[in-house]
Design a protein around this ligand. Structure first.
Ligand code: TYC
Length: 102
């Protein structure tokens, strides 16, 4: 019999099953129109970065096209994406923010 199976054909619990919830990366995408200062403000406002960190991450997105700006539970990641997309739309900037499973 396999580990934990005994002679009954029934698999009993082998591992303690405390599965951590999956995590999601929140990504910020570059574009040609959103002002740099606006992106810095977004990173400070929604991702708790200080000005220097925010400026650095903004420059990374500007140069590389995309960067991970945070890793969160599904619910928090969805909230962050929604907040950024809504804020950008209200200011008529084409800034894009997405999430993907880590
Ligand atoms: N590329 C933009 C510019 O030159 C700045 C920018 C940076 C836009 C990061 C979006 O996620 C972004 N004004």
């Amino acid at each position: 019999p396999r580990d934990g199976e005994g002679e009954t054909g029934v698999v009993v619990q082998t591992k303690p099953k405390t599965k951590r919830p999956p995590l999601y990366k929140v990504l910020l995408l570059n574009d040609d129109y959103t002002p740099m200062e606006f992106v810095v403000h977004v990173l400070e406002r929604f991702f708790g970065m200080n000005h220097a960190q925010a400026f650095e991450v903004m420059l990374t997105v500007h140069k590389k096209g995309v960067a991970v700006v945070g890793v969160f539970s599904h619910e928090i990641a969805e909230t962050k994406v929604g907040q950024v997309m809504d804020f950008a739309r209200r200011h008529q900037h084409p800034l894009q923010c997405t999430m993907e499973k880590e």
